[in-house]
Design a protein around this ligand. Structure first.
Ligand code: ADP
Length: 412
């Protein structure tokens, strides 16, 4: 079954086409600057060179049309006709409390995603545009939605509620949801597989550390706590996001600097984190390079980043009363040996012992970087959120009755 995975952002559309159940990638690419005068599409058929084109794509509909034309292009294409695509899976950031798992797209599901616009104003509207674009371009193809929040829906009230008036939860659903769930789920399952032990017996801490970063306590296969909250701003220090801070800072700074709600929100989301402290960049590679050259603010930014991550690891080991394995994933987690070394060197009280040589090995594969004596296994596991979406989509669509076997809807 050919499954197209789509991640629609407000001005972008990323895609990956899979052959399932083989899990083979046929093509991947993205469209950027949708809605601007010059949108850019890059398309990479498996095993060949990337092709790039610049043209006007005013909306997601036009962007998907372009992507489909490249998928069946006589030179760069990988399919003979678009009808070969049998299912489309979408990444959706916010599923609120309604979605504990992935779902087939129906009118009710779309309505629910829309109802959640308030909680994810930048993301959920874009995802609905992606769904509408598929309806317009591939009208009979079943679609699914896979939520970043779903994996964390196993959290208990003592973990997901905030100690503020509970009326705010009842009226506005103010609570911790957590994000990157697809990644935390993928790497925790992969960790159990790698260790050859049942997930149901493992206490894991998964660190998804990329531009956005979050950490999860995964006990016996279920997320019991995670660092991101109502929005992806809470928790770890990130590339441009502050992570945790004293909430009183918000009204204090708004008063002192005469900032509006939007301005203070932009400050915390876009002008904080590594970028703000280093005064240099939100990109960890640049921070590490500058540190090597003796840049003091870059060093401070790195130290704060590592310290805050380490504190969360300690907290989540306490939350689970133990720890079997610590997993690093995403751009920084998979690639920065320096951050892993710094984080683990001060976790000896938990029995963590890193193998300095293994930690520096570069590889795109899952690997162990702790010593045989370490009481906690430390793993680096490349994440693959698109593959999770393709798998969930394949399963959901496969379970569907075939068109001819579907009950005829009653006339209204
Ligand atoms: P996103 O959240 O946008 O998906 P990624 O998971 O791609 O982010 O992570 C991007 C981050 O990974 C950037 O800060 C980048 O500097 C960092 N990164 C990538 N390669 C390396 C590397 N070799 N060493 C250190 N950091 C790296």
């Amino acid at each position: 079954m050919k499954v197209l995975v789509i991640n629609a952002g407000s001005s972008s559309l990323k895609y990956r086409l899979f052959e399932m159940a083989e899990e083979r990638v046929l093509a991947a690419g993205k469209v950027e600057r949708i809605g601007m005068d010059t949108a850019i599409v890059s398309h990479e058929p498996a095993g060949s060179q990337e092709v790039r084109e610049v043209s006007e794509m005013l909306d997601h509909n036009a962007a998907l049309k372009k992507v489909l034309s490249l998928i069946v292009h006589n030179e760069h294409g990988v399919l003979r006709k678009v009808e070969e695509i049998e299912a489309v899976g979408h990444r959706v950031v916010h599923g609120g409390e309604s979605f504990r798992q992935s779902a087939l797209v129906t009118q009710e599901v779309k309505k629910e995603i829309k109802r959640l616009f308030d909680l994810a104003p930048l993301h959920n509207p874009a995802h609905l545009m992606g769904i509408a674009a598929v309806e317009a371009n591939l009208p009979h193809v079943p679609q699914t939605v896979v939520f970043d929040t779903a994996f964390h829906q196993t959290m208990q009230p003592h973990a997901y509620l905030y100690p503020i008036p509970l009326a705010l939860y009842k009226r506005h659903k103010v609570r911790k949801y957590g994000f990157h769930g697809t990644s935390h789920m993928f790497v925790s399952r992969r960790a159990a597989e790698f260790l050859g032990r049942p997930l149901k017996q493992l206490k894991l801490i998964t660190c998804h550390i990329g531009n956005g970063a979050s950490i999860a306590a995964v006990k016996y296969g279920e997320s019991v706590d995670t660092s991101m909250g109502l929005t992806p701003l809470e928790g770890l220090m990130m590339g441009t996001r502050s992570g945790d801070l004293d909430p009183a800072i918000v009204p204090f700074v708004m008063g002192k600097e005469d900032l509006t709600i939007n301005e203070v929100s932009a400050m915390l989301n876009k002008h904080s984190g590594l970028y703000a402290v280093s005064g240099l960049s939100s990109d960890m590679r640049e921070i590490e390079r500058a540190m090597e050259e003796g840049h003091r603010s870059a060093k401070l930014a790195f130290e704060m980043y590592e310290y805050r991550l380490r504190k969360y690891i300690g907290a989540y080991a306490a939350a689970m009363n133990g720890l079997d394995a610590l997993v690093f994933t995403a751009g920084i987690g998979e690639n920065s040996w320096l951050l892993r070394a710094g984080t683990c060197s001060n976790l000896s009280f938990l029995g963590v012992e890193l193998d300095a040589v293994l930690n520096m090995v570069r590889s795109g594969e899952a690997r162990k970087i702790s010593t045989p004596e370490s009481k906690v296994e430390v793993l680096v596991i490349p994440t693959n959120e698109e593959l999770v979406i393709a798998r969930e989509t394949y399963e959901l669509v496969r379970e569907q009755p075939h068109e001819a076997e579907r009950p005829v809807p009653a006339k209204s």
